[in-house]
Design a protein around this ligand. Sequence first.
Ligand code: SAH
Length: 435
Amino acid sequence: MNDEVETEARRSIPAGESIARDDGGPDGRGPEGRTADGLPAATVVLKPKRARPFFGRHPWVLDSAVLRVDGDPQSGAVVDLTTHDGLFVGRGLWNGSSRIRVRLYAFDAATPLDTAEWRRRLERAVALRRTLGMLDPSGACRLVNSEGDDLSGLIVDRYGAYLAVQVTALALAGRLEVVCDALEALVAPRGILLRGAERGLAKLEGLHLPDRVLRGAPPDGPVFVTEHGLRFGVDLTEGQKTGHYLDQRDNRQAAARLARGRRVLDMFCYSGGFAVACAVAGTARSVLAVDGSPRAAALARANAELNGAASITVEAADAFEKLDALAAAGERFGMVVLDPPKFARSRASVDDALRAYHRVNRLAVDLLEPGGILVTCSCSGSVSRDDFLQMLAGVAQRGRRTLQILEVRGAAADHPVSVSCLEGEYLTCVIARVI
Ligand code: SAH
């Protein structure tokens, strides 16, 4: 399975679908005919020979694997998954109109998917960030990372005293009250904001969850957070993602370690994360930061100023055009950072995406002086690390340059990936020296 499936599944959720709540009536049955205690309202029976991924704890049960449903579950209801001959496989939440019919959350029959269980999972997620030392009140981190935290379809990012929640599973959208109660008890935020899933995706998902304040009050301006000693203003209500690319936190630091004295190009800079890290922590000679969005460029300028980084210049321009123009002008850099948006939206578009990665990396390598550093990223989950490295090999070949891989990195540790759902591993950041 891949994010194509995920996208497909999201696409098929109808707008305005009613969402069942977790609390049942006094007779132990909810208004939708579900049991009150997180126990199953129906049994989903798998086709023969289709159970192996789920015995392997993969959480997405596609419609094509389902033989029949015993019962008439509403979307959001707790269901059990069994083999065709009745063996228990797992327990999850039903969505009758998604291609992911069931998202599995438990693999033993003794675990009810009730309020206490959701709380326990959120507690476990917060405890990990505590272990990682990421609960500093002035900092920012991902508190909940979907499948990586056994909470498929739920993302929670913390920016100082505020939380931004993204939901990509209909069934969890119906449990937002439980989630907010638990988050308030665990980290006492000043406000919890619901942010639509990735731009444009909310519509495709038909999840119908407009941005809104779930608890407390929204910030009355940008929220300022500290990242590895640097300050960033985060626009929680209008920004991309939930406001800041937290996944790149440690990669920015890794790039900065190699930036000393170099002329740096930060291409696709968004709010200037790499630029500020390289200029201030990395003591680069100068940084040119470029983003196609004037709004992003303005954020980057503000963050450069906030950190007193006078050596950063920010431009709003198309990356491909700007790279061409820099090459035509004979410009050279000691480091180029490439952090483009997701080029591959699905497995079907991987080849096109690899061509786009090739093109942008080829342009970047041409701008690097001998011994220059390339920091190149892909956040396309359907482009594997191997594919990405092969693409770079093609760039070396066509550009007649030697590329030495120094580091192959992923997202920071507050973005854990479940070993049973490697689809969660979407970010690759390769740091290479170009001779
Ligand atoms: N490096 C950033 C995150 C980059 S996200 C950080 O560390 O925070 C990708 C960025 O690419 C977005 O800000 C988006 O506006 C920008 N972008 C998308 N298409 C572009 C294009 N054709 N040219 C330049 N920028 C583009």
